[in-house]
Ligand binder design. Structure first.
Ligand code: LIP
Length: 279
């Protein structure tokens, strides 16, 4: 197991890379962005900036740590030999980025003890996340955490809202790109919306989890996420006091992620079960 000091070093490297990648993407955004390709559906888009930003991140990681593995949204898994794997979403909130809406971020996490290969499967973090950074270049905010080291944003310690009853909770969520999944997600929303304060759909899982950590929302849930969407934000939310889990209270994965302070987590999980999810 990596020491706290080593995790701090990994966090510093992740922070430096995320800031450089965020500046690169923001500059490219200012020059105009277009769709380079689509993935799972015609609305699941990737821009050349997504690809170029991930290429920059990969090169900076391997320049500093050539033996590490990399799992990224836009490129093939790079198998390492060090036991450490970097989990990268170069631009989380791609549709926001495409439309020049401010809610997008560079998300970088480092995990230990897993395998950066297909066996882990989309959505599951294979190993223990040691450090995570979410950089929102549009707002200038940098959210970060190391395992056991707490969560911070631009020097401020982050803490989730506590003792919020379900009916007063502001709940963030999101929707996938496939029509059938969106229909199911809308059905769940019918069961959730009347029972909470309100819903927020910001368009970036990484920033939703950071908003939870910062007390800007009280809870977050979503289906259909990949590991790179939530790896860094999940650690930041946990280190800020959130309980983060997946199906039946197990590890979060592409089937489900639910996050909130203890107490509200249990209330929301029960509401989601009544709405048909296996929380
Ligand atoms: C996004 C997620 C978000 C989800 C969006 C999209 P992407 O990731 O972060 O939570 O609701 O539909 O999947 O595609 O921008 O990397």
């Amino acid at each position: 197991m990596t020491s706290a000091a080593a995790s701090a070093d990994l966090l510093e490297l992740a922070r430096d890379i995320a800031v450089r990648a965020g500046a690169f993407a923001l500059e490219a955004r200012r020059h105009g962005v277009s769709v380079a390709a689509t993935k799972s559906t015609p609305t699941d888009v990737v821009t050349a900036v997504d690809r170029d930003t991930e290429e920059l991140i990969r090169s900076l990681i391997l320049e500093a740590r050539p033996d590490d593995g990399i799992v990224g949204e836009e490129g093939a898994a790079h198998i390492g030999t060090s036991g450490l794997d970097w989990i990268v979403d170069p631009i989380d909130g791609t549709v926001n980025f495409l439309y020049d809406l401010p809610s997008w971020a560079v998300s970088i996490a480092v995990a230990e003890g897993g395998g950066a290969d297909a066996a882990a499967g989309p959505g599951a973090i294979d190993g223990v996340t040691l450090a995570g950074v979410v950089c929102n270049p549009g707002s200038g905010e940098l959210f970060e955490a190391s395992l056991g080291g707490g969560a911070r944003s631009t020097g401020r310690t982050l803490a989730v809202n506590r003792d919020v009853p379900l009916h007063q909770a502001l709940v963030a969520t999101g929707f996938g790109y496939a029509a059938e999944l969106r229909r199911l997600q809308a059905e769940v929303l019918l069961g959730v919306l009347p029972s909470v304060r309100d819903i927020r759909r910001n368009g970036s899982a990484a920033l939703d989890l950071c908003a939870l950590a910062a007390g800007r929302v009280d809870a977050y849930y979503e289906r259909g996420l990949n590991a790179w969407d939530h790896a860094a934000g999940g650690l930041i939310a946990r280190e800020a006091g959130a309980h983060v889990a997946g199906p039946h209270g197990g590890p979060e994965n592409s089937e489900l992620l639910v996050a909130a302070a203890p107490g509200l987590y249990e209330e929301l999980a029960e509401l989601l079960r009544r709405a048909g999810l296996e929380a």
